[in-house]
Write a protein that binds this ligand. Structure first.
Ligand code: XIL
Length: 493
């Protein structure tokens, strides 16, 4: 057991020096659950043409990142053999600085392919081009891009169980074998990267002739043939009227689980028809929030789901308006104000205690590597399911809570936001290794490691406890005062 002789202080990850407890974020809640929640970096970010709030929100709320356009074929190899990595590198640097997981999007796709590739008509030549592209691009970001969309959108749209032929240079010139080859080459270039097949409209159900059914068949074939696929991405660009899609995603996750393949939501947006833009009201946004929440419920409940990626942060920057005839599909509005969808995601996360959410990854999503050696503490709990009750008792979990705002008081403490209400009467406050309960002297304090195992428990009547005996690392602190329960994730250093 490691004792810290000097009171080094403790801070919640992401908190500023003066803030002892930061607001709960999508990111902090996802990390406690061993999952990733992310959003694209829009092209405007890469071009330094985006509002300053964008990055602030992005790195606070998300722990996974993907480039809107900057890792596509035309961006990374605009001319034969001339690779352009500067923008992708910028994202990787940002992700590292903020401890985020990087998705690479996308290696073999019929769209956003440069003209010099589209003009190739010789199979052998195009196979060489694809292999060289994958070797170089995956090799360049080896160990830095955790997961690649190896093939994107390769299935046709006509309910005909087939590969896309129209408009795909890959299929037309090489044939279906381009897919298998792409996975094999990507695996050779980075054996540790997760490798996905990504597509749209596979969240439309597994019915006869469906794209989803075709994907599952191919996954089965790939696994049987040792083609190194590890994940499927369902893009999930949907409309407000698509009420059954969350359950379709659940069915797809279950079908893929049978083949030991992860399902990720990779490009979520829930758009309204463009024409309705002027007339949208509170009930419309509540409905949108409800859909977002259902996707998050499914995501947390299915053990083979790992990433929940949204195709944008703010409605001010979204491909929906310019290219899809849709609008307002994201979780922040054009002024960067969180919409009901944001609260719905928070509510869903909080309704699924960390102890009950499984992670498909060997190591949890917690990017802070200081979580180590927590086993030397209290060993009375033999299994990780021992801590079941991590729900915060007075949480309001309905979808329509008010727009969140930080509830940081001027002392730097943060109240516990419960729906639209803030419990300001009881707070916890950590200074060094001393945890004070502000507003109450009798309290039960429990500390759990990130796998939910209890490492400390005490009842105090003097309004504070000393946590010096706990090793450095990330923990969840739970304070019970009467019927109220407060919960915080803290890093003890
Ligand atoms: C979109 C980008 O958002 C746009 O900026 C670009 O003009 C076109 O591509 N499916 C995908 C993404 O896999 O790469 C697409 O991104 C959206 C649909």
């Amino acid at each position: 057991m490691k004792y810290s002789k000097i009171m080094l202080g403790a801070a919640l990850i992401g908190a500023t020096a003066s803030t002892i407890f930061a607001q709960e974020t999508l990111r902090s809640l996802a990390e406690e659950r061993g999952r990733y929640i992310g959003a694209i970096l829009n092209s405007e970010w890469f071009n330094n043409a985006i509002e300053s709030q964008f990055e602030e929100i992005h790195k606070t709320q998300f722990n996974a990142v993907v480039a809107e356009n900057e890792m596509k074929f035309d961006a990374t190899e605009p001319n034969k053999g001339q690779f352009s990595y500067a923008k992708g590198d910028k994202m990787v640097t940002y992700a590292k600085a903020n401890k985020m997981r990087v998705r690479g999007h996308a290696l073999a796709w019929h769209s956003q392919v440069p003209g010099w590739v589209n003009n190739i008509r010789d199979k052998k030549q195009l196979l060489d081009v694809l292999k060289n592209h994958i070797d170089n691009v995956v090799g360049h970001w080896k160990g830095e891009v955790a997961e690649w969309d190896v093939v994107n959108e390769a299935i046709n749209d006509d309910n005909n169980h087939g590969w896309r032929s129209n408009g795909s240079v890959w299929f037309q010139t090489i044939g279906a074998e381009f897919l298998d080859s792409a996975f094999v080459w990507a695996h050779a270039a980075d054996p540790d990267a997760e490798l996905c097949y990504n597509d749209y409209a596979i969240e439309w159900g597994l019915g006869q002739g469906s794209k989803a059914g075709f994907v599952v068949d191919q996954v089965k074939r790939w696994k049987q043939n040792n083609i190194p696929i590890t994940c499927v991405g369902t893009q999930t660009h949907i409309e407000i009227s698509h009420e059954t899609t969350p359950q379709n995603v659940r069915a797809l996750a279950k079908a893929l689980a049978e083949h030991d393949v992860v399902l990720n939501i990779t490009e979520l947006d829930v758009g309204f028809p463009q024409g309705s833009a002027g007339s949208l009201g509170a009930s419309d946004y509540a409905k949108q929030g409800h859909l977002y929440r259902q996707f998050m419920d499914v995501f947390l409940e299915e053990p083979n789901m790992g990433e929940f990626m949204i195709w944008g942060v703010t409605d001010a920057h979204s491909w929906l308006d310019g290219q899809q005839g849709k609008t307002q599909g994201l979780i922040y509005d054009k002024q960067y104000k969180a919409k009901p969808a944001y609260d719905s995601l928070i509510a869903s996360l909080k309704a699924h205690p960390a102890s009950e959410v499984k992670s498909p990854y060997k190591s949890a999503a917690t990017p802070d590597t200081t979580v180590q050696d927590t086993t030397t503490q209290d060993t009375s709990a033999h299994d990780t399911t021992a801590v079941q009750d991590t729900t915060v008792k007075d949480t309001t979990t309905q979808d329509t809570v008010a727009t969140p705002g930080p509830v940081v008081s001027d002392t730097g403490n943060v109240g516990i936001r419960r729906g639209s209400a803030t419990l300001t009467e009881v707070r916890m406050n950590l200074v060094g290794r001393t945890l004070s309960i502000v507003g109450a002297s009798n309290a039960k304090v429990q500390v759990f490691d990130m796998r939910g195992r209890p490492v400390y428990s005490a009842v105090t009547s003097k309004g504070s406890v000393d946590l010096s005996a706990i090793s450095d690392g990330l923990y969840v602190v739970r304070v019970k005062v009467g019927s109220k329960t407060l919960e915080r994730r803290v890093a003890l250093r």
